[in-house]
Design a protein around this ligand. Structure first.
Ligand code: PLP
Length: 430
């Protein structure tokens, strides 16, 4: 494979601790075999999530120092608002402390018992917030999206026929249509611009708003540039603008494609809904010019948004992810194909069916997320993320976006996943 060099310098390091197998056995036992209860400094390579784990850039740390902590009207808010509007030109930008807080604001206002909210696939917290409001969260992914081994350029797409049918049969019960880009719960798969436009058109034809969960909007735009006809010569920014132009609002976790350690926002075009959301924001998050965040967080997000659309970075991120997926595939590990841009999805139930999920951590102190643990408001609280109550199917191995995914880590991850590697064998014997 052609070497892909990190498009950044790492000028700050943090030591990590090696553990022995005996130590890990004890730590696991003490944690009740729940990987979420491990202390992260006992984990060598943490693939739990990309959420808020990215290294911030020097410019972001610089921006942190310019943060203004005034209760109302801080310049940090206006820099944040301008940076969001530069990419997604919604009328109202309402900051929140995380993506799920933005989802809560939206669905506590628009979703009621008897409602149904369709999506390509709702993320855990979105589903949790919809169900907490008494409504039904309905996933309508395309058929190809449900077959892990199948290659398809836009496996995250929504089934437009199924959406159209739902709208004609139960349109009155639909307060809005949602689209998650990229489709995280559907295997980190991208959604095409044509599909986004198609879904928006169906929603609008029935007089319903169209919302985007834009957590990984830049990654999605990169896949559109790579794979969708006619998009190759366009900039990421142009594709991002087109993506959100057809939407009436969005929710966002700035912990993903804004390179921030915390933050999010709800964006809306509807004045009345935005007014209600701001009122609720004051009750739950804070004044509308900080929304549960410090001014310095808003500045870190503003700067991060200017960096995420960098093509060298997106190329590096997507290629690094594909590299691991390809190596695992060559080792006959069942992975979701094609690789997405922020995580490698392994079908742990098929691959390691003979050992319990927590024991897999013994492989080499590599912590992974068990996807499905907090999938629905019904099975366990999305907020607490406790141990899964049913066996997880997919193990989500997420690459932190920036700086942490060095070549030696990538090689370690893939080699330790080999059934033939010595430490893996140790694990299988356990
Ligand atoms: C697609 C998607 N939507 C929403 C969220 C929730 O964001 P947060 O963790 O900031 O609440 C996540 C987080 O992983 C996500 O991946």
């Amino acid at each position: 494979m052609k070497t892909i060099i990190e498009p950044f310098r790492i000028k700050s390091v943090e030591p990590i601790r090696m553990t022995t197998r005996d130590e890990r056995e004890r730590l696991l036992k003490d944690a009740g075999y729940n990987l979420f209860k491990l202390h992260s400094d006992d984990v060598l390579i943490d693939l739990l999530t990309d959420s808020g784990t990215s290294a911030m850039s020097a410019a972001q740390w610089g921006a942190v120092m310019t943060g203004d902590e005034s209760y109302a009207g801080a310049p940090s808010f206006y820099r944040f608002e301008a940076a969001v509007k530069d990419l997604m030109d919604f009328k109202h930008i309402i900051p929140a402390h995380q993506g799920r807080a933005a989802e809560h604001l939206l669905f506590s206002l628009i979703a009621k018992r008897g409602h149904v909210i369709p999506s390509n696939t709702h993320f855990d917290t979105t589903r949790g917030n919809i169900e907490a409001a008494g409504a039904e969260a309905l996933d309508l992914p395309i058929a190809e999206g449900k077959i892990p081994s199948l290659d398809h350029p836009f496996k995250g797409n929504i089934d437009l026929d199924a959406l159209a049918q739902l709208m004609s049969e139960r349109g009155d019960a639909v307060p809005g249509v949602m689209m998650t880009i990229t489709n995280n719960a559907g295997g980190g798969q991208p959604v095409s611009l044509a599909n986004i436009r198609g879904a928006a058109e169906i929603a609008h034809a029935h007089g319903k708003p169209f919302f985007i969960d834009g957590c990984r909007f830049a990654e999605n735009a990169w896949f559109i540039k790579l794979r969708e006809d006619g998009q190759q010569d366009r900039s990421i920014k142009e594709i991002v603008r087109d993506t959100f132009d057809v939407a009436d609002g969005m929710t966002m976790s700035a912990k993903k494609d804004a390179f921030a350690n915390i933050g999010g926002w709800l964006a809306l075009n509807d004045d009345a809904l935005a007014e209600q959301a701001r009122t609720r924001l004051i009750q739950t998050e804070g004044f509308p010019t900080y929304g549960g965040l410090a001014g310095r967080d808003l500045d870190a997000i503003a700067q991060g948004l200017t960096e995420i659309v960098n093509e060298d970075y997106l190329r590096y991120r997507v290629r690094t992810n594909a590299y691991i997926a390809e190596r695992l595939d060559a080792l006959s590990v069942p992975v979701m194909k094609p690789a997405g841009g922020h995580a490698v999805f392994v079908d742990a139930r098929e691959w390691l069916s003979h050992i319990p999920p927590a024991m897999r951590w013994l492989v080499r102190s590599i912590r992974k997320a068990a996807f499905g643990a907090a999938r629905s408001g019904r099975s366990c609280s999305a907020a607490s993320r406790t141990a899964p109550k049913r066996p997880p199917g997919w193990t989500l191995s997420v690459l932190p976006c920036r700086a942490a995914s060095t070549p030696s880590r990538m090689r370690t991850i893939s080699s330790k996943c080999s059934r033939n590697s010595p430490s893996a064998r140790m694990t299988f014997a356990a």
